[in-house]
Design a protein around this ligand. Sequence first.
Ligand code: SF4
Length: 397
Amino acid sequence: MSAKVYYGSLQHGTNQRFATFAAKVDKIVELLDFSTIEKHDKVAVKMHLGFQDVYQTVPVFFVRRIVKAIKQAGGWPFITDNPTAVYNAVDRGYTQETCGCPIIPISGVKDGYTVEKRVDYKNVDTLDMAGVLHDADVLVDVSHIKGHNSCGFGGAIKNIAVGGYAAQTRWNKIHGVEQYIPYWDPEKCSPKHAKELVLSCPYKQIKYNEEKHKLTIPFGMCNQCDECLEADKEVGCLEYRQEHFSAFQELLAIAAKQVLDTFNDDKKFFISFLLEITALCDCWGFAQPCIVNDLGVLGSRDIVAIETAALDLIAKEGLIVKNIPPHYIHANLDPNVDLHPFQRLHGRMKSPYLAVEFARDLGLGTQEYQLIEVLSPEETLKSEPPKGVSERDPSFY
Ligand code: SF4
């Protein structure tokens, strides 16, 4: 069975409020039907509140409207993210006053309020799920859609799969899982050759500790340009495979499932904003050029469907080539090569669909979806504005 994904584009058919983007966000929230939120349910609005100098997160303007709708349904909403992002959220405009509800650190003020979840995936035995998220009755997963250097794409899955866990789990276990699969043979590699490999990487990603004779590649930053393999072809001590890049995405799906399993089926909502789509995640903490045009907003009760729809819309739109930062020196822009726009930037082995497919296989949802456009330009072009609604109240004249 296909899932419903509601879509509101930025384009409008007539330049009146009822037809424009904020009205579409409200309409999608209405269609998602918060009536399954029970009175006094504690509703976690999981967001990525960004860090430092990034402003390209979900605008507080929309957060406030979503929060209002949750309150109208009888729920008690709170916004939540990692403790650091919460502590300085005010720098990016998020406060209780602006959002309309408290902002609570997802794992306590010292990142230590967690619930251990057993996963036994490769070298990862357990994950420390954020306790505040675990305590909530309802999840509203509000995501900013953007690229991501480790998995190609950051959306609804990553928002809870990385953002729903304490820092040690996020950085050491989830991001670290790629290192579990061997890729370098120390017996075959001399210190001299290791240093040559270090120099071969145009992104300066290969690290070598001569004292320990240990070479490491953080695959999160590797875009599979193959220059190190070329430098190694006479020696053959280095190899990387799809598995090195898929492991992170598979663990994302596993971590997302652990979070979603703590909520009843009728208490999970997903809203994704395809605005200010940048190449890297909000956690980098700086503004970036937008590499895909603004596409609008999606809403669904199915996390796999909404992620698939977001990726499909981006694939159809393509990259804004002139906005690609010059350090993406190996961006593959060949139109004859079938790659998703995020793969063109982050590498062929970082298909953004991987985590979504793993999530589907874990039973989190379906990739078959029905895209239902709300207040489409074609529809509102022919519509009459609602009667008796003032466009200008209140007036301070
Ligand atoms: S494939 Fe390219 S980016 Fe990745 S480690 Fe090798 S040289 Fe560096």
